[in-house]
Design a protein around this ligand. Sequence first.
Ligand code: PMP
Ligand code: GLN
Length: 385
Amino acid sequence: MTHYTGPIKPKLPHVGTTIFAVMSQLAHDHQALNLSQGFPDFPVSEELIGLVNAYMKEGYNQYAPMLGIPALREAICAKIEDLYGRVYHPEKEINITAGATQAIYTAVAAVIHPGDEVILLAPAYDSYAPAVEVHGGIPVYSHLKAPDYSIDWEEVQARLTPRTRMIVINTPHNPTGTVLAETDLQRLDEVTRDTDIIVLSDEVYEHIMFDGQVHQTVMRYPSLVERSFVTFSFGKIFHGTGWKMGYCLGPENLMAEFRSVHQFLVYCCNTPIQYAIADFLKGPSHYLGIGQMLQAKRDFFLDLLKDSRFTFEPSSGTYFQLLDYSRITDEKDTEFAVRLTEEHKVASIPVSVFYPDLVDHKVLRFCFAKREETLQKAAAILCKI
Ligand code: PMP
Ligand code: GLN
């Protein structure tokens, strides 16, 4: 094969392959139980699959409207109003996306110019920084305070400069499984008030909250709503991560910029799945039971691990559990995660990769959105280590 011989200046020189691809491939290569990349190993609802099939058979297979089909945007509008008391205009303030990943990327692309600074809270989900950097923005990090991974608001405040254009928050939080408190949202409100800072609030795990806690969303604060993009994923609420369906909400002026980019990035998203989800959302609120179902899985998994040498604080949200392995080995988390996959056949995610400076707290992230049988097999192995 001949190769292009001209100069290639990488847009993302520091970025390798995402850890999710690396660990899922390693799990596959070593036939390990894959508790690394976050996806359920239980099925999508038969009813929802039936609806997608029906719409495909009925011929709903051509381009959808650019913003998403009206019925889905209206169903989202009703859901959000019902849950959080906020009305987003279906025509002007809601855009269907190819997963939350595209929503995040598009929101960043829409408002970040070269030299703009974006506050990220480390450990940070791995798509944020590359989206910023590819548009010439500069990630500026504040580290969450271990062991409870709370936001250090004094530090965030100290990181703000006249060039700060955006703050990205994520609750419930991937990878730590922590959730923001009401006081965090109040601080965010104070810190951003009277500034030009835009908030990107990644709320993909909004329904995966445990122990009776309430999801703290920017949507409850009028002054935050004015400056916030909020991103969601149907992959998380309907157990279909492979469908790559999500959406973004925001005020009209921000969403106009979002749309400018969205129309040329993907134009529109999967048509039959949009029709199916619109119908499904009109039925019973399936997503309301998901926190309880996953809390039972968290408890099942942790109960099996109580006599292991791993230590943990139960996750407060998301379907991830951090396990501290410092009583087992002082290997780097990246090395231990590989050895655990290759030798013991359980794959997880090392958390240091979500830090710009690769801080290693000797914790691994395990996805517990799995059938009991899978969790039992994984726990049996982990207990022997
Ligand atoms: N944000 C967070 C915090 C996530 O964990 C994920 C994926 N699991 C996404 C965004 C991306 O969601 P999607 O798969 O819908 O693109
Ligand atoms: N969000 C998923 C996780 O945290 C993975 C998504 C992806 O593979 N990009 O595991």
